[in-house]
Design a binder for this molecule. Structure first.
Ligand code: FAD
Ligand code: FO1
Length: 477
């Protein structure tokens, strides 16, 4: 057996600050990367063209990084349980390394691959990489159980020491580079485009793919907006958030690097006010970890509501209303602007994700799982744990202790888009309508007709009452 180690990338599409890759590199000079285009994932019905485009662009960048480091990233296209062991055998590798993931599918896939490799006498080594604190590291003091409420989790999470970024292939000269023929014989293919995989996306992506671009976005955010984050993050018309979500999802940046940048900004800040702003951003990173540890310990979250009574909620599920929501034709300007943003750029501001999710569930009485799926079909940062967590929070079906939260679209717009800037940006047909009408949603009928904009498809007050009635019913109260 050779001293070659294969490193299998999945949602860690970078070389820097990669725990598993660093471990592989420590053990051998000969490290070759591999990514497996997985039909189980790519042929699912919850995939967004924008997300696959970001992923493929990041793989292209990663191949270049490997080449510059004197090694290479091989691409396979088959079921991992078959393709990874076959490649490891063909290359006579001594071991395959990868980073663990929290998702139910990942756990099952990885177990199969591990068993097949070990049956062939090929070693497996795994690391936690995508989280600052791995699942199980933070458990309740009283019962040693996973946290199901965010605030106490955050209190523990923020005070625990965090690992520094790890060095990986900085000194990579002299790594193995396989002959093209050897790689091909072992099953490697050229990287296809997202279009070749059936996911055409012609619009720009919110941020450029790849490791270098993610590092630049982080740096730019720390210079530009982190100091005002708390004040700015709620206004969808303001560029006040990091836009790092797809980079965090696909690991084009290491989470330790992200954390380190926020600590650097904190140490440079000159007022308590700025420190508070930065800590609010760090809290969002903790939400990401909270939802991931929840998915790890409660995989059933992926299949339905956390709160049992919600399994029998009498949803209306009117598909015409659902279609109007998807296409941004509800007659509620803030909701429609947000859905058009999602459909156009594959990203939606967090405030608006909460508004449209509340609207779908509490105004249209549609099962949140339909919204969850639609988001996954559109979001370039779509991530099972964060998306499911956000939807269960909005639908009041999740772990959140303050369950019944109903957003009034008009008050939300008045508060967070007071000049109607965001609404006008995404609903240009309403650009000449007075701000007052835009934010309250009460556009006079003749103006609506003139602009070709629909009347509200439901009455918020009435639907709110109806939702509450049904909610009491399932809770038996
Ligand atoms: P920033 O405000 O700069 O936050 C920094 C990072 O923290 C983000 O990049 C992200 O990785 C993480 N983060 C921020 N807020 C949350 C949160 N509430 N939960 C978990 N992680 C968070 N986020 C996703 O990454 N993927 C999703 O599929 C997703 N779906 C959502 C669905 C709903 C219904 C809701 C309410 C929220 C969802 N979020 C999701 C969370 C949040 O909206 C996005 O992470 C955020 O808008 C991304 O923009 P940003 O990178 O500029 O965030
Ligand atoms: N990971 C892979 O290893 N291969 C893929 O083909 C792949 C496609 C993909 C598409 C959309 C998406 O959101 C993620 C994708 N990922 C892919 C990453 C995926 O999140 C991880 O593999 C998880 O571990 C799966 O549970």
């Amino acid at each position: 057996m050779s001293d070659l180690i294969l490193f299998w990338h999945r949602r860690d599409l970078r070389i820097s600050d990669n725990m598993g890759l660093a471990a592989a590199r420590q053990q051998s000079q000969k490290v070759v990367g591999v990514f497996c285009l997985d039909p189980n994932l790519l042929e699912g019905d919850d995939i967004a063209p924008a997300r696959v485009t970001y992923m493929i662009g990041s793989l292209d960048a990663l191949q270049q990084r490997y080449a510059a480091a004197g090694s290479q990233l091989l691409i396979l296209h088959d079921r991992p349980s078959q393709a990874i062991p076959a490649l490891a055998s063909a290359l006579n590798a001594q071991a395959v390394f990868w980073n663990w993931d929290v998702e139910p599918y990942a756990k099952e896939r990885d177990e199969q691959v591990k068993l097949t490799l070990e049956a062939k006498g090929i070693a497996v080594q795994n690391s936690w990489d995508q989280l600052l604190h791995a699942p199980g590291e933070i458990l309740t003091k009283s019962a040693d159980e996973p946290y199901t409420v965010f605030t106490p989790f955050w209190k523990r999470w923020k005070d625990l020491p965090k690992a520094e970024p790890v060095e990986t292939l900085k000194d990579a000269e002299g790594l193995t580079r396989l002959e093209k023929q050897t790689a091909q014989e072992a099953g490697a293919i050229d990287l296809p485009s997202a279009k070749d995989l059936g996911y055409a996306w012609d619009n720009e992506l919110l941020i450029l793919p790849g490791e270098k671009a993610a590092e630049e976005v982080l740096e730019e955010f720390c210079d530009r907006a982190i100091n005002d984050y708390q004040e700015q993050r709620n206004f969808p018309g303001v560029d006040g958030t990091s836009k790092l979500s797809a980079a965090n999802k696909f690991g084009t940046i290491g989470i330790r690097t992200v954390w380190e940048a926020s600590v650097r900004a904190y140490n440079l800040s000159r007022s308590d006010e700025t420190c508070k702003n930065i800590q609010v951003w760090q809290q969002e990173l903790a939400w990401r970890e909270f939802y991931q540890q929840a998915m790890y310990f409660f995989p059933d979250l992926a299949n339905g509501p956390y709160r049992e009574p919600f399994q029998d909620f009498p949803w209306e599920n009117d598909q015409e209303l659902f279609l109007a929501w998807c296409e941004g034709r509800t007659g509620y300007p803030i909701v429609d602007a947000a859905m058009r943003q999602l459909n156009t750029i594959g990203w939606m501001h967090n405030r608006c994700r909460m508004i449209v999710a509340s609207f779908l569930t509490k105004d249209l009485l549609i099962n949140w799982q339909q919204g969850e799926k639609y988001f996954m079909q559109k979001l370039y940062d779509g991530d099972l744990s964060a998306n499911n967590g956000g939807w269960q929070w909005s639908a009041s079906s999740g772990m959140d202790p303050k369950p019944l939260r109903i957003f009034n679209p008009a008050s939300q717009a008045q508060k967070f888009d007071p000049e109607g800037e965001y609404i006008r940006q995404w609903l240009p047909e309403l650009s000449s309508v007075e701000t007052e009408y835009l934010v309250t949603g009460k556009i006079p009928e003749d103006e609506r007709d003139y602009c070709g904009y629909p009347a509200p498809i439901v009455d918020h007050k009435q639907q709110q009452r109806e939702f509450k009635r049904r909610y009491q019913q399932v809770r038996g109260g």
